[in-house]
Design a protein around this ligand. Structure first.
Ligand code: ADP
Length: 247
């Protein structure tokens, strides 16, 4: 198997005459945590939208585990195991925390014939739901209505529903955005735990999260790579400092 999990080659997205992403060559190595950072308007969200097929690339290629997925649908990309997370909109507010996880588990297990044949489908869903809630630290909130959770816990529940799909590659959209400090620490620990055996690409503004978690950082500016490498090198780079100070 190739070491690179995800690769873009000359990835470009133009909105009318404006190129938000310009010839991006990005490589995300398997089983690493990789951050995409950069000032507002650098093109980070557009890259995520290209990877998950919210947008169609104007030019360039996207490869996942060596396969060209440039023309795949978003559903087919998710089936391959490339899953975008941290969208609270993915939670059912009126269901309990446990039922949210059960629904997500059923999306994966429900497609397996053996699961229904076993005669233990509901018991298996319950066991798996209990295991996942314990993994993310939401066991004691299992019976709460999802809508009643704090913001930080809603995001944690969203992680649990994503993990229910057991994706090998996770795209995390600003996982700590808007969180209180204690929630940030909890999410950091959780990301470190779920990164085992997985590849993670995240957009994150909180530099302490990036510094503590990420193996590789790609800094974007005006749709292009400004710098790339480990946190210490990237954060000391004068061009990176200037980009952030310049806004
Ligand atoms: P970031 O996530 O790094 O803040 P974005 O990817 O959201 O940056 O935006 C990059 C640039 O592309 C910005 O100048 C933004 O205004 C522009 N842009 C993003 N989406 C669209 C769109 N749908 N139509 C036109 N311009 C867009």
């Amino acid at each position: 198997m190739p070491k690179t999990a995800l690769e873009t080659r000359g990835l470009t997205k133009a909105f009318g005459g404006f190129r938000a992403v310009r010839g991006l060559d990005l490589k995300v190595q398997r089983h690493t945590i990789h951050a995409l950072i950069g000032p507002n308007g650098a093109g980070k969200t557009t890259v995520f939208n290209l990877l998950t097929k919210v947008h169609v690339p104007t030019e360039g290629q996207i490869l996942y585990e060596g396969a060209d997925i440039t023309r795949d649908s978003s559903a087919s990309i998710a089936r391959r195991g490339l899953v975008r997370s941290f969208q609270i909109s993915a939670i059912f507010p009126n269901l309990s925390v446990r039922d949210n996880v059960r629904v997500a588990l059923q999306r994966r297990l429900g497609t397996q014939f053996q699961f229904w044949r076993s005669g233990r489908s509901l018991a298996v869903l319950d066991e798996e739901a209990r295991r996942l809630l314990s993994e993310v630290g939401l066991s004691e909130a299992a019976d709460a209505r999802a809508a009643d959770l704090s913001y930080g816990r809603k995001r944690t529940l969203e992680i649990a529903t994503t993990l229910a799909l057991d994706p090998p590659f996770l795209l995390l959209d600003e996982p700590t955005q808007g969180m209180a400090i204690e929630d940030v620490d909890r999410i950091k620990r959780l990301i470190r735990r779920i990164a085992k055996g997985r590849t993670i690409l995240m957009v994150e503004h909180n530099m302490s999260v990036v510094a503590d978690l990420c193996d590789t950082i790609t800094v974007l500016q005006r749709g292009e790579i400004l710098a790339e490498g480990a946190y210490a090198a990237v954060s000391a780079d004068p061009a990176v400092k200037a980009a952030y100070l310049g806004g």
